[in-house]
Design a protein around this ligand. Structure first.
Ligand code: KG4
Ligand code: ZN
Length: 382
């Protein structure tokens, strides 16, 4: 990694789902430092629907964006003149929600004459860990577990080389938490409440299935929809028989099935590929039992485990500033004025490359200039 932008402060903007986030990160000699960040959430507005309603999320981002960015600057104790670049989540995520963040980032970049970097939300989750534990080793394995994604990633370089080794074939781990919480009548988001209730339950009460763990199953892929169905059948059977559903036991047993598979496959991948460091990232990485079992199993296998603090695991703007800062430090090219949101942006595209140095400059150039390596992607394009 070259450090061509020593001491650059990057503003990061996040709006891919139901959290509006803004963060400020300074990168010096390749090492990122979190200066401050701010968050606004529309989770309460989605709770009665049992999941995120895209239109509500977009509207909430629009209403919260400028105040959140202002709050991040206040929190960091810097002004916009101190900032050297703007980074924004351009995918994956909800189309309308992404557009709000991208439009805001373009406006800030244009107004302050700064380069604009469209970055990958999933890379952001991994980058969040560098805000707490410093630069990653040259090679590490990341388990990314969020509401929309569950992936095992080989991370050779956070700024531009992330390869998917396996992923969920159906529901994401966070999605399974949210769906199980919904069927137990626990509201949205399901992860935090199940995490809490499971604490007082017996994880051995019900032996729920462990998806894709047979000898002939893909070793690095995951499946959680069968588990969710098994929980539903269990609850239905109890209700039919007139038995009280022991919610804490169901939560603990469901959670144990999720984290057992996640940690088992992660340790197996790291061992198979001879990778010594494991990063667990994404909203589900805030889970207490996942953190505990990952710690135990990584220690037993001689692996170094890194997990960001819970507040940096769930969506936030600091993680987007962090991935932007790594791209800036590596001398990555800005995205330019054609940047748009891509709901299906693959994790291998860490940042979307344009041809020009600043939004203002790019605006005056041909609108057809595209990078050969990472062309600008369009919604639904991947
Ligand atoms: O990364 P994230 O904030 O947003 C996405 O990119 O999806 O992850 C949100 C997901 C939700 O499904 C939520 O239920 C789950 O992370 N989550 C948790 C916990 N906190 C959040 N899952 C399990 N335990 C938690 N403590
Ligand atoms: Zn996320």
């Amino acid at each position: 990694m070259t450090n061509r932008n020593v001491g650059t402060i990057v503003l990061g903007i996040e709006s891919s789902c139901d959290e509006t986030g803004a963060g400020l990160v300074r990168i010096t000699d390749g090492a990122p430092e979190l200066l401050g960040h701010a968050l606004a959430s529309s989770q309460d507005e989605h709770a009665r629907f049992g999941g995120v309603v895209p239109e509500i999320a977009s509207r909430a981002h629009l209403e919260a964006m400028t105040a959140t960015v202002r709050a991040a600057f206040d929190n960091a104790g810097v002004g916009h003149r101190d900032v050297g670049a703007v980074a924004v989540t351009c995918g994956p995520g909800l189309a309308g929600a992404l557009l709000v963040g991208v439009a805001a980032a373009k406006a800030y970049a244009a107004a302050w004459d700064l380069p604009l970097y469209g970055v990958n939300h999933l890379a952001g989750h991994v980058a969040a860990d560098t805000l707490e534990h410093g630069v990653l080793p040259t090679l590490c394995l990341a388990l990314l577990v969020s509401g929309g994604h569950t992936q095992l990633l080989r991370v050779d370089d956070l700024a531009d080389s992330i390869t998917e080794l396996g992923s969920t074939v159906d529901d994401a781990a966070g999605e399974a938490y949210d769906k199980v919480a919904r069927l137990l009548g626990l509201g949205y988001p399901g992860g935090p409440v199940i995490d809490k209730l499971a604490h007082g339950g017996n994880p051995l009460a019900v032996r729920f299935p462990r998806g894709l763990t047979g000898p002939r199953d893909a070793p690095y892929d995951f499946s959680f929809s069968g588990l969710k169905t098994a929980v539903a059948r269990h609850v239905e059977a109890a209700e039919r028989a007139g038995r009280v559903v022991e919610v804490a036991d169901v939560c603990a047993s469901f959670q144990e099935a999720v984290v057992d598979v996640l940690t088992d496959k992660t340790v197996r991948a790291a061992t198979d590929l001879d990778i010594g460091t494991v990063v667990v990232a994404g909203g589900v990485a805030a889970n207490r039992r996942l953190r505990e079992l990952a710690e135990q199993r990584c220690a037993a296998a001689g692996l170094t485990l890194r997990v960001p603090r819970p507040g940096l695991c769930t969506d936030n703007g600091a993680m987007i500033a962090a991935v932007g800062a790594h791209v800036v430090a590596a001398g990555g090219a800005p995205s330019g004025a054609l940047l748009t949101g891509d709901p299906g942006l693959p994790v291998s595209v860490v940042h979307v490359v344009g041809e020009t140095a600043t939004w203002a400059a790019s605006h005056q150039r041909s609108t057809h200039e595209r990078s050969a390596t990472h062309p600008l992607r369009h919604p639904h394009g991947s």
